[in-house]
Design a protein. Structure first.
Length: 505
């Protein structure tokens, strides 16, 4: 049987649509199959510097100029003012105790702010996924991808040289064949169900539940609870986190008046009630957070997910692979989902460049290695949430690795930052795993000292410095001072800052 397509992609979200566009640019015949219909509600909305850099590099390598403006807030506003998004200057964290109002202090002991950019113009963004995914799906069709929405698929039939897909498209029969099949359909998605794969989510993560919605008229946190001093960026123009003993909450603002908010937590005892009732009970436990939602209105029903994280037992096979978005989902904490998925897209795109039949084995190993390390990081963060000082120090591992990896890529030296969170770096990877294990056993001064010792040789962002009192701006001086740590000259740092639009000063 001859193939209708070279590549069939299941899942028309941003990941599937992006890989479909890349495959078309490589000259492949591509089918993109979506079970739902755009626009549709989905969470996973906050980008990061490394994610935007990966998107930028994919756009350059595969001649997708329409994607370049989406890599920065300023260029997005100029090119696509009609496409909603949110301004993300960095990460802001506020620690709360159940039943107690939040209050600032001069040393910012209950805060953490980490900037990701020095200005709005080159800042990151939150992606309003109903419109963002619709835009990318339409762009895939414009580039010649054959697209289908409202299509339910039966399990695939694998042959020696093709994969056959059958099902129903808007009530009528559907079928196609392809040389390769990629699943981008999300957690518990198409191939996980169709192949009856096992759910091997780590035990402790199975206790993480989530409730979320989209809202209008959410007051700004910094308007209700101004902090002491002048922060490096407005805390609401960021990925705003509220941290509690048993979990955390996100608040992400979009520029068309909608706010995404929800919590992820590991309750001590099982709770009952509807999603809306759980949300109300959550707000009652945290009075300052409740105050931050006074007068707001949810614009859709609340969603309750009893088990938020997910990991499948297998993500590759002959003629098929899952993108990371389908292989697993860890937690929205620290916005790791986009970079994991974009790294997966980058790896599969490189395989598709070859004229040989791709072998997905190494891709599968890398995908699970990235996911499992992220599970370990998030596990450690949940364990130390009652101890905010240790929680704050533990995030430094993530921010150190992220800043180092982004800088290495921007300097044209990606091999100096191997693996997500430097997991393959001989000087950082083993120490990272040791710190995460130590945080799980005995959070406190010992693990904080170990973290600082590991961070310092890779610290390009001025992190962990007591004088900054937990507010870390994005400053060129930190990069210049730490340039020897990444083997760069002052001239190379200056050239990099100019390329990125960062005012070197």
């Amino acid at each position: 049987m001859s193939s209708d397509f070279d590549l069939a992609l299941v899942g028309g979200g941003f990941a599937g649509s992006l890989l479909a566009q890349i495959a078309r640019r490589l000259g492949l015949r591509v089918a993109l199959i979506e079970r739902g219909r755009h626009p549709r509600f989905v969470i996973g909305e906050s980008s990061t510097p490394i994610a935007n850099l990966l998107l930028e590099q994919l756009a350059e390598r595969y001649d997708l100029p329409h994607l370049k403006p989406l890599c920065k807030w300023g260029s997005w506003q100029s090119a696509y003012p009609h496409l909603p998004c949110g301004l993300k200057r960095g990460f802001s964290f506020y620690r709360h105790d159940a039943g107690q109002p939040w209050a600032p202090d001069p040393s910012h002991g209950r805060e953490l702010l980490v900037a990701a950019s020095p200005s709005d113009a080159i800042a990151d963004t939150h992606w309003y996924r109903p419109d963002f995914d619709t835009f990318l799906f339409a762009e895939a069709a414009r580039l010649g991808v054959d697209v289908w929405e409202e299509t339910e698929l039966a399990p695939p039939e694998f042959g020696p040289s093709h994969v056959r897909l059958t099902g129903r498209h808007r009530g009528g029969p559907f079928q196609c064949t392809a040389r390769l099949l990629i699943d981008a359909s999300g957690a518990h998605g198409y191939l996980h169900r169709a192949l009856s794969l096992a759910d091997v989510t780590p035990i402790e993560h199975r206790r993480t539940e989530s409730v979320f919605s989209h809202f209008r008229d959410v007051p700004r946190w910094d308007g209700i609870h101004p902090t002491m001093g002048t922060p490096p960026f407005a805390p609401d123009d960021a990925a705003l986190h509220h941290v509690f003993e048993d979990g955390w909450m996100w608040v992400l603002r979009f520029n068309h008046g909608i706010t995404s908010a929800g919590y992820a937590r590991r309750p001590v005892r099982p709770e009952t009630g509807t999603a809306a009732e759980r949300w109300s009970a959550f707000l009652r436990r945290h009075p300052s957070v409740a105050q931050a939602f006074e007068g707001s209105q949810p614009i859709r029903p609340f969603t309750h997910v009893p088990q938020l994280p997910f990991r499948t037992s297998r993500c590759t096979g002959p003629r098929w692979a899952m993108l990371p978005v389908a292989a697993g989902f860890v937690d929205p904490l620290l916005s790791t989902g986009f970079p994991l998925t974009l790294l997966g897209i980058e790896r599969i795109a490189r395989l598709l460049e070859s004229e040989r039949e791709p072998d997905f084995t190494e891709y599968g190993h890398a995908t699970f290695a990235d996911l499992d390390l992220t599970f370990d990081l998030v596990s450690a963060l949940y364990r130390v949430m009652p101890d905010f000082e240790t929680f704050r120090e533990l995030t430094m591992l993530y921010f150190t690795a992220a800043i180092y990896s982004e800088t290495a890529r921007r300097l044209g030296r990606p091999s100096t930052a191997p693996g997500f969170l430097l997991r393959e770096h001989a000087g950082f990877g083993p120490g990272l795993r040791e710190c995460l294990a130590l945080a799980g056993r005995q959070p406190g001064p010992e693990v904080r000292d170990a973290i600082r010792a590991l961070v310092e040789p890779f610290n390009l962002g001025g992190l962990c410095r007591p004088a900054k009192q937990h507010w870390y701006g994005c400053e060129a001086s930190d990069l210049y001072e730490s340039a020897p740590k990444i083997g760069a000259s002052r001239e190379e740092i200056t050239a990099m800052l100019r390329r990125t639009g960062f005012e070197a000063g």
